[in-house]
Design a protein around this ligand. Structure first.
Ligand SMILES: [Zn+2]
Length: 154
């Protein structure tokens, strides 16, 4: 995806989608090195032209939720395709369940006492748990799939 779509990228990663963002590419030549099986998400006409014939979503809206809605609609993403909190939103790596005792001291004490399960990113070692951010993201996806159903019945 384009550098301008960072917020959409975090939403997609929250849902478990393998997402690469142009602004995170340190080696440069991001678009030259994109694997052929990836879907291109862009707001740039030059990129749209360059990748014509490829699976591509030309993003129209400024709002990340509406952008996500467009991706879900155009790519035919289903509820079953969503795997919330299976991927690190920062570095795109898979996150894995870790023993609760191992995160003591690495998360706020009240969080440790309140939540039963924790996941860790294997790449940056951030700790994730099903807190308020998790609930907000899940509700966003619920709304999007409700909209999808309404449209398909209309
Ligand atoms: Zn990470």
């Amino acid at each position: 995806m384009d550098a301008s779509l960072g917020k959409l990228g975090r939403l997609l990663r929250s849902a478990g989608f393998d997402t690469l963002c142009q602004h995170e590419c340190r080696q440069g030549r991001f678009w030259d090195r994109i694997e052929p099986e990836r879907v291109i998400l862009t707001r740039t006409q030059a990129i749209q032209r360059r990748f014509s014939g490829r699976s591509l979503v030309f993003i129209k809206n400024n709002d990340p939720l509406r952008q996500l809605q467009q991706v879900v609609t155009e790519q035919g993403i289903l509820k079953e395709d969503i795997h919330p909190f299976s991927r690190c939103i920062v570095c795109n790596a898979a996150i894995v369940k870790v023993d609760k005792r191992s995160v003591w001291g690495r998360v706020p004490a009240y969080v440790w006492h309140h939540y039963p399960a924790f996941n860790e990113c294997r790449c940056c070692h951030r700790i994730f748990w099903a807190g308020s951010h998790h609930d907000r993201v899940c509700r966003k996806f619920e709304t999007i799939f409700q909209n999808e159903e309404r449209q398909s019945h209309a």
